[in-house]
Write a protein that binds this ligand. Sequence first.
Ligand code: DAH
Length: 378
Amino acid sequence: MTGDKLSGELHLTDLLGLPPSHWLILICHLSFVICHFPLAMDDELGTLQSEALAEIANAQNVIELDQVRVKYLGRSGLISKLSESMRSLPKEDRPRVGKLLNEVRSALDRAFADKSEAFAAQQDLVALDDLDETLPASPVRVGALHPLTQLQDQAIRIFRRLGFTMAAGPDIETEWHCFDALNTPPNHPARNESDTFYFPDGRLLRTHTSTVQIRTMVADVPPIRVIAPGGAYRRDEMDATHLSQFNQLEGLYVDKRVTVADLKGTLEYFVRELLGPKVETRMRPHFFPFTEPSLEMDVRLPGVNAGKWMELLGCGMVDPAVFEQVNQRRGDQAYDPEAWTGYAFGMGLDRLAMALFGLPDIRLLIENDQRFLAQFNS
Ligand code: DAH
């Protein structure tokens, strides 16, 4: 034996140097190790399974259970380690040990699932223990239509009963629809940049819903009987009585021999239907470029607006100049002012809502405060 051999390294030459009897012993020994290693792993798996099951059973709470799960099934847990060491097994043993490993893994999975279910059930029991089924259920919060929408719907229903149909137009309008066609002179203050929102291309946010009168007449021949609820926009400073976006309801009636009497009768009926039989009305002469004559209608109702007159709407007989503008755009004489007459009206819904609901500040209508809105939940 050389000094090399003393170092403990085993060389083939050493084997050859051994007597054959020793060879046999060595070979038997090696084959024992090789044959029994897989069986050793079987045992190890068995032990691991029973230990894991015991630890799962002993876990006192979800946290402990999770610690056990990480120890065995975690990414670098014991099961993972064992499956890595499978690589050193002889090929023919791998399927069997692999199968065993999977069985252990699913047995543990099942045990973990069962145990966490048991914990959850236990928690439910604790929670239910405090439950008093005799307490009333918490109220379900039911939404409602915005007060303005409710008011608008009421107004629409009344006009529909009178045979009016719904019309609509865009909020972004041309200057022609908003002003020119409505006989508004070029120097009218409403056209001012300080009063109206203009887009760089010259279009604008409509300052009133009267634009829908024009759109309806350009599109359809008379007789016409429409209402058009919708948004209108003005560059007003917002305060307790002003919004820069508000809501109007427009009306237009064009037929043969329509008179101021029709206008007055219709509006008085509408107001009585909307506000009840105690309402008083009055008409005052006014000026609008698109009606001649023009009027304003005021209403007075006990208990509303401290019993004082409120301005409700503007109205009048459609100015023949408006019919002429429409004819020109249509390219016909469908609205021959000699043959047709009409009335129009436009009312602001926000101020009316303020008065009816006794609101101290118009901004309540756009703030979306649940405490305010919930009061209109009828
Ligand atoms: N457009 C008017 C405004 O916003 C209201 C109005 C007045 C509408 C008279 C009409 C009308 O249809 O005939 O102040």
